[in-house]
Design a binder for this molecule. Structure first.
Ligand SMILES: Nc1nc2c(ncn2[C@@H]2O[C@H](COP(=O)(O)OP(=O)(O)O)[C@@H](O)[C@H]2O)c(=O)[nH]1
Ligand SMILES: [Mg+2]
Length: 212
């Protein structure tokens, strides 16, 4: 029995991917258990947090929701560097959004190149699974891409609350498994990070609000 009591890790999870795929909706469904048909467009980023239990461990998941507008990606360097996990979201009813997945994964990997972590901890998410009639991307295509890229995969519906919590939980499980297995040092998820906001560098300052 561990006499230090329950562990508490902080995991920052970046919501990335093209616009209109449901990043904000997934975050809100998970954190607030709500859904709106017309969420406000994401200006630069949004933020939520939620505690997740993994065995005797509590993971405080901080979700940072990025704008999907690729033109403003360079403003989010600090968030890419600090977030240990990423949820890469496309819309199963939009082949165009799936076609941008490699771009977003390359971006994640380029920031990960200088990270001390062994993995970029990415979950590929095909959202809007409730709209089967409009499906343009097969489940097999999503799964095959994820397997070839060594990342997790699931399909979700923020609208109908399908597999949303389990997607976030899977990322937490992956991190906790790696900490327990000695694959990654716990200090990267340490309690000292609790309540901290990302230290934004010069290019990360708000300035204008880039709504899309
Ligand atoms: N049918 C359906 N619509 C969704 C789902 N998730 C999001 N939407 C809708 O898709 C649009 C874009 O969602 P939003 O969360 O703003 O996407 P973001 O730009 O990636 O943050 C909004 O009209 C949402 O109501 C879903 O799971 N199913
Ligand atoms: Mg958004």
């Amino acid at each position: 029995m561990d006499d230090t009591g329950p562990q508490l890790y902080t995991v920052k999870c970046l919501m990335v991917g093209p616009s209109q795929t449901g990043k904000t909706s997934l975050m809100r469904r998970f954190a607030d258990d709500c859904f709106t048909t017309s969420p406000e467009a994401t200006c630069r980023y949004g933020y939520r947090k939620k505690d997740v239990s993994v065995g005797n461990t509590t993971v405080r998941m901080e979700m940072w929701d990025l704008s999907g507008d690729e033109r403003f990606l360079h403003m989010s360097k600090g968030l890419f560097r600090q977030a240990q996990c990423k949820m890469l979201v496309y819309d199963i009813c939009s082949q165009t959004s799936f076609d941008r997945v490699p771009f977003w994964l390359d971006t994640i990997l380029s920031y990960h190149a200088t990270s001390p972590l062994p993995h970029p901890y990415v979950m590929l998410v095909g959202n809007k699974r409730d709209k089967e009639a409009g499906r343009e991307v097969s489940t097999e295509s999503g799964a095959a891409y994820a397997e070839a890229s060594d990342i997790l995969f699931t399909e979700t519906s923020a609208l109908e609350d399908i597999s949303v919590a389990s997607a976030f939980h899977s990322l937490c499980d992956w991190v906790c498994r790696d900490i327990e297995g000695g694959v990654v040092e716990a200090q990267h998820f340490g309690p000292q990070l609790i309540e901290t906001e990302p230290a934004l560098n010069d290019t990360d300052q708000f300035g204008n609000c880039f709504c899309q």
